[in-house]
Design a protein around this ligand. Sequence first.
Ligand code: FAD
Ligand code: NAP
Length: 337
Amino acid sequence: MLSEVNTSLLPYNTFGFDVHGSELIKIENKDQLKKLYAEEFFKSPFRVISGGSNLLLTQNIQEPILLIRIPGIEKIHETDEYVCIEFGAGENWHQCVLYCVENEWYGIENMSLIPGCIGAAPIQNIGAYGSELKDVFEALKAFNIETGEIENFNLDQCQFGYRDSYFKQQGKGKYIITSVILRLSKIAKINTQYGDIQNTLNQKNVLNPTIKDVSNAVIEIRQSKLPDPAILGNSGSFFKNPVIEKSLAEKIQSTHADLKIFPASESMVKIPAAWLIEKSGWKGHKRSHVGVHEKQALVLVHYGGGSGDQIQELATDIQKDVAKKFGVHLEFEVNIW
Ligand code: FAD
Ligand code: NAP
């Protein structure tokens, strides 16, 4: 098992903070987890990193870190209508999307170019452009750190919600996801309803889009709006879109007619956090080494030479200001260590 001591975590967090990890252990198969279990590794605190694209590192990490790099792509079931593929937790999400697009297996093309690994995708039920992981989810396998056994989780057991799952709630810190099985459609099912996709296809005069057209449109939109972490440190959306009482949203709308409201349940609606942040005057805000992205107010950025504390401080200031101006609490989407 490969292990590094007192190592820089710079390559393992997309914010680009150069904090240190006391020990980084690369996990490439399930047997290594079992071996660690036998050595009573899981009796002490530890951390898990996959792609580090949903993490804010505010300090050096004293606990050993497991870096999940379990590979594998295997077709485990196929009918005329669908195919079930088991992906190792360490596979890169976007590469898996491209693989499915090439094979014309429908379901995850709207989630093209999301950074990170397959094994982290169920943790917050990743989603974009009208699709969510749960829509194609068949099952996952996870290592239980208390029993040392691999357990199977079906859709219900994962308790997926909006950017949420069992693994962010009661199951937090108790499991290491080792593989994820997706059920992808072999029958063409394209979803271009999400505004930006249809507009992009229209601009290109694509009347009957293929799966590849949709994936390419999503990639193009994302590249035009979102900062590339390789160039400008960030962790995507720092805040979740709040789900609030419909009455509160309507009250805000009475003075701000441009607020968009999306139904969440009978009495609740989702409103864009980016709108709240922009209306509060934070879009493009810069303070020393960190700031709010000028094209997307949900994305906090690190210009280099800063610290995770500075991002956390900025995020807290935004949170307080939005609460004061609109009475809405913004929840952090990013995991803070
Ligand atoms: P990490 O950041 O390494 O880990 C995230 C959390 O999961 C941590 O708590 C970690 O301990 C835990 N974890 C990781 N792997 C495992 C495992 N195998 N078992 C158990 N726990 C584990 N997210 C979206 O939902 N939609 C988007 O459109 C989107 N766009 C983004 C765009 C950019 C530019 C960036 C930087 C991020 C974006 N994100 C988006 C956020 C992020 O990419 C996703 O949340 C992604 O799934 C995180 O994967 P990761 O491998 O980087 O996880
Ligand atoms: P956008 O298109 O400007 O839309 C703003 C917000 O309105 C989105 O966050 C979205 O919520 C909501 N929305 C728009 N159309 C909707 C519809 N038809 N039904 C329901 N909700 C709708 O968003 P954007 O910021 O450019 O992001 C585009 C997509 O990529 C979004 O799905 C977003 O979640 C995803 N994304 C996520 C991250 C991340 O780190 N989590 C980073 C970048 C982009 P939803 O967010 O619920 O879709």
